[in-house]
Design a protein around this ligand. Structure first.
Ligand SMILES: [Zn+2]
Length: 99
């Protein structure tokens, strides 16, 4: 740990604050559908939800801020994405591949 001593007062071992993971699970069966990983704070945010092909239902809508990656959960692929006409809500359509 000697190597880090010069910056010991400000440096912590936690991940950078901008890396925030948000999970989207089906509101009905609770299956994990996708998650986002924020890579950068940009001062903007959007509302997003995921579609579960098994239940034909949606996850809860969550707010995601900054620039981020979207990754499908295990056994799920992303099929489509749709933005509401007023641009306020983004829906990511997922399809279960393991059923
Ligand atoms: Zn479901």
């Amino acid at each position: 740990m000697k190597f880090f001593e010069k910056e010991k007062n400000n440096q912590r071992e936690d991940p950078p604050p901008e890396l925030i993971k948000t999970d989207f699970n089906c509101g009905n069966c609770e299956r994990p559908l996708l998650n986002t990983l924020r890579t950068k704070e940009t001062g903007t945010s959007i509302k997003m939800r995921a579609y579960c092909s098994e239940c034909e239902d949606f996850s809860f809508t969550k707010e995601v801020s900054g620039a981020f990656f979207i990754a499908p959960a295990d056994g799920v692929k992303i099929e489509n994405a749709e933005t509401s006409p007023d641009n306020s809500l983004h829906t990511i359509y997922t399809k279960a591949e393991d059923v």
